[in-house]
Design a binder for this molecule. Structure first.
Ligand SMILES: C[S@@+](CC[C@H](N)C(=O)[O-])C[C@H]1O[C@@H](n2cnc3c(N)ncnc32)[C@H](O)[C@@H]1O
Length: 215
């Protein structure tokens, strides 16, 4: 059994009836690929409707090389109780942690790696998880998207690549055409000279840009 990656949904505007935003859906789908086939990704603290949407999406997209995934309305502590996972086996990825993540953190010390979901403008939402008392690790000084944070953690703890050897790009500008572009306020893994975005994210960002000019 590989690692468990837990993504606690922390968006404030989440009501029970509200569907998850498209960008969250795209990031969540990307995390299954980034986590790899021997992993399990748990998406916790979701509304009932988001659980339904994601469960349908997960069952319709199975394939080689992707992690098992489950969407649940339970928050993290209830999930851990149900799976009998003790607090000290869960590592919270926290930008304010004292220690950076290292390949040794994948040698049995931890069973699970826990992430919050981004919010923009950046506020310290990870603090809501920090107060629960998990051991913590950081991923460097620049804020990453949650899918990037999960992907980088996997490269370090599973593939044993030191944090400093992963190629990054900070705050990239995504250019759609000579007149339209958008700057992303995060750090990404760089692959073939491009930031590694979730499939479909580029198109989604472009549509979103057009929508905001649609008076
Ligand atoms: C986009 S970040 C959320 C940022 C948000 N402003 C906060 O700190 O609460 C989403 C998650 O990715 C992880 N993350 C992103 N960048 C990180 C970094 N440099 N070090 C550690 N964790 C990071 C954390 O688990 C964080 O909760």
């Amino acid at each position: 059994m590989g690692f468990r990656y837990i993504v606690e949904h922390m968006e404030e505007d989440e009501e029970t009836s509200k569907a998850i935003p498209k960008w969250v859906e795209l990031e969540y789908m990307h995390m299954r690929t980034l986590a790899g086939s021997d992993a399990h990704v748990h998406f916790t603290h979701l509304s009932t409707s988001s659980c339904r949407t994601l469960t349908d999406l997960f069952s319709s997209s199975t394939g080689h090389g992707i992690a098992q995934a489950t969407a649940e309305s339970k928050p993290i502590l209830e999930l851990m109780q149900g799976l009998s996972i003790p607090m000290e086996k869960v590592c919270l990825l926290d930008p304010k942690a004292e220690k950076a993540i290292s390949p040794e953190d994948g040698d049995g010390r931890f069973e699970c790696f826990l992430f919050g979901v981004r919010d923009d403008p950046p506020r310290d939402r990870t603090s809501e998880l920090r107060v629960l008392g998990f051991p913590t690790r950081h991923l460097g000084p620049v804020q990453m998207t949650t899918d990037t944070a999960l992907g980088v953690t996997k490269l370090v703890v599973h593939d044993k690549i030191p944090l400093s050897e992963i190629p990054y790009i900070d705050h990239p500008t995504i250019v759609f055409n000579p007149k339209e572009s958008v700057e992303m306020p995060f750090r990404y893994i760089i692959e073939n000279g491009e930031p590694k975005l979730p499939p479909g994210m580029r198109e989604h960002l472009h549509e979103d840009l057009n929508k905001s000019f649609d008076f």
